[in-house]
Design a protein around this ligand. Structure first.
Ligand code: CTP
Length: 436
C-alpha cells in the first residue's frame, strides 16, 4: 500500500552502495499475485530485483506485470540467453534469494536440489541467504513430506517465513496462507543483513547497519492471565508491531531480544527464524515483568509494545471452574498488575532509552496527543508512541499511524504506513534521540 507520507528509513535508499541484488522466485500457487507486493517492497527500498517465476507461476501472474514492477526482464527458462549462462549467473550475483510463494512442490524441489528450471538452477548456484515463504492448503502444509522438506531446509539455514493462519482459497481456513508481503520483505532484509554471504563482497557494504552495536529488547504480543487451566483473560494484540521493530532493528545491525507474550504463531515463527533475534516466550504480565527486568540491564534500548493486562484474577483455580459450582452468575475478583514500563523507567540505566506505547480508543489526533501527554506524565518514557486502537483499528492490522512524543510531551515524530514502515521511523527517532 502506498502512503505519500511514508517515513523514509535508512533502508529506503537509492545509494548504490546499499543496493542488494535480490532474486525473487515465484512458484505456481494462487498466492503468486501477492508476490507482486514482495517485489515492489524490495524495489521501493532501492534494491535491484530479478524475478524468476516458474512456468506455473506465470499462469497466475503475468510476466509484463513482474517486469514493470521489478524494472528488470523476467526469464523462466534455462534456455533464455544461454550465452550469458543465465542459469547460474543470477544465483552467483544474488545477495539474497526469496521464494514467495513457495508451493509444496517447490519446497520439495529446493530441499532435494532439483534444478529442472531457472529457479532451481539459480538457487543451486547461489551461496546467498535463502528465504522461503510457503503457501498451500493446510493438508499439504501438514503432510509429513512437506514437514520433512521444510525441516531439511531449516536445518540447512534456510529461513522459513510463515505460513500464516487464515482464509485459504476455496473457503478453507487454517495454516497455509502466504505471510503478508511486508512481513516477508522485512524478514528477508533482516536475514540478508545478518547472514554472511560469500556470493560477493559488495553485499557486506550493502548492509544498512546504522544500529550496529546497539542492543535492543522489545516486548511484544498480549499477556494472558489464567483463570483456571483452560481459560484466561487476554487481549487482541498479535505482536505485529513489536515483531516489526525487532526485524527492522536486526536489519539495521542491532542485537535484538524479543520478550514474546502471546504472539500470532506465524509472526513468532518469522522472528524466531531470523539470525540476530533471540526470543524469550512469556505469558502473564508478571512473567513479562520478570523477563523485561532481567533483560533491561543488558540492553541500550528497551521498547514496551506488549499489551500488558492491567489486572489479573486474584485466585487461579487449580481445576477447571465448573458451572455447577458457580451457578448463574460468576464474579471474578481482579488485582492490579505492576506497571512494567513505569518500573523500567524508574530503574533506567545510564544512557538507556526506554520507549513505551500508548493505545487509545480515539480517532482524533489532538485528543490522542492530549491523552498521550497525560499518560506520559505517569510513565516518564524517553519516547511514547501514541496510536489509535478500536474494534477495527490497531490490533492485527498491517497499517498504523502514530505520533511519537518525548519526555516533555513534545511531538518528535509522526509516521503512517505499514507497521514495518512505522517501526523504521520509530528506530530513526530512537537513534536521533541517542545521538543528541
Ligand atoms: N504497560 C505496562 N504495564 C502495564 C500496562 C501497560 O508496562 N501493566 C505498558 C505498555 O506496554 C505500553 C504502555 O505501558 O508501553 C501503555 O500501555 P496502555 O495500555 O496504553 O496504558 P495503561 O498504562 O494500561 O493505561 P490505561 O489502560 O489507563 O490506558
Amino acid at each position: 500500500m502506498t502512503h505519500d507520507s511514508s517515513p523514509h528509513s535508512p533502508a529506503d535508499t537509492t545509494d548504490p552502495a546499499r543496493r542488494l541484488t535480490i532474486v525473487v522466485g515465484i512458484s505456481g500457487g494462487i498466492a503468486a499475485y501477492k508476490a507482486v507486493g514482495v517485489v515492489r517492497g524490495f524495489v521501493v527500498q532501492g534494491h535491484d530485483v530479478h524475478v524468476v517465476p516458474t512456468e506455473a507461476a506465470l499462469r497466475f501472474v503475468g510476466a509484463p506485470t513482474l517486469e514493470a514492477i521489478s524494472r528488470n526482464p523476467v526469464h523462466t527458462s534455462v534456455f533464455d540467453d544461454v550465452a550469458q549462462v543465465r542459469h547460474v549467473a543470477l544465483g552467483q550475483q544474488a545477495d539474497l534469494i526469496v521464494v514467495a510463494p513457495a508451493t509444496a512442490h517447490t519446497l520439495a524441489k529446493i530441499a532435494h536440489g532439483l534444478s529442472d528450471d531457472l529457479l532451481g538452477t539459480t538457487i543451486l548456484a547461489s551461496t546467498a541467504p535463502l528465504v522461503v515463504a510457503p503457501a498451500m492448503h493446510t493438508e499439504m502444509w501438514r503432510n509429513p513430506a512437506t514437514v520433512a522438506n521444510t525441516e531439511l531446509l531449516r536445518s540447512r539455514g534456510v529461513t522459513v517465513v510463515g505460513p500464516a493462519d487464515g482464509p485459504l482459497t476455496g473457503g478453507d481456513s487454517g495454516p497455509g496462507r502466504l505471510s503478508e508481503p511486508d512481513e516477508i520483505v522485512a524478514a528477508a532484509l533482516a536475514v540478508a543483513s545478518r547472514t554472511s554471504s560469500t556470493a560477493h563482497d559488495p553485499a557486506e557494504e550493502a548492509r544498512v547497519d546504522d544500529l550496529a552495536g546497539l542492543r535492543l529488547v522489545v516486548s511484544a504480543g498480549g499477556t494472558r492471565e489464567p483463570l483456571d487451566p483452560v481459560r484466561f483473560i487476554g487481549n487482541r494484540s498479535t505482536g505485529k508491531q513489536g515483531a516489526a521493530i525487532a526485524l527492522a532493528a536486526a536489519r539495521r545491525g542491532a542485537t535484538v531480544t524479543v520478550v514474546a507474550a502471546e504472539l500470532d504463531g506465524a509472526v513468532l515463527r518469522t522472528i524466531a527464524a531470523v539470525p540476530g533475534i533471540r526470543v524469550l516466550p512469556v505469558s502473564t504480565a508478571l512473567e513479562l515483568e520478570t523477563a523485561m527486568r532481567g533483560e533491561a540491564a543488558a540492553n541500550d534500548v528497551v521498547v514496551m509494545t506488549a499489551a500488558v493486562a492491567d489486572y489479573r484474577p486474584a485466585e487461579v483455580s487449580a481445576g477447571k471452574i465448573k458451572k455447577d459450582d458457580t451457578g448463574d452468575e460468576m464474579v471474578v475478583r481482579l488485582v492490579r498488575n505492576p506497571d512494567v514500563l513505569a518500573g523500567l523507567v524508574a530503574d533506567r540505566g545510564v544512557d538507556q532509552t526506554v520507549v513505551g506505547f500508548a493505545a487509545e480508543t480515539t480517532d482524533d489526533r489532538d485528543e490522542l496527543v492530549a491523552l498521550g501527554r497525560t499518560k506520559q506524565r505517569r510513565k516518564g518514557a524517553d519516547l511514547l508512541v501514541l496510536n489509535s486502537v478500536g474494534w477495527s483499528a490497531g490490533f492485527g492490522s498491517d497499517d498504523t499511524a502514530v505520533v511519537v512524543i518525548d519526555r516533555d510531551g513534545t511531538d518528535v515524530a509522526e509516521a503512517r504506513g505499514t507497521k514495518h514502515e512505522v517501526a523504521d521511523a520509530l528506530l530513526t527517532a530512537v537513534a536521533a534521540l541517542r545521538a543528541v
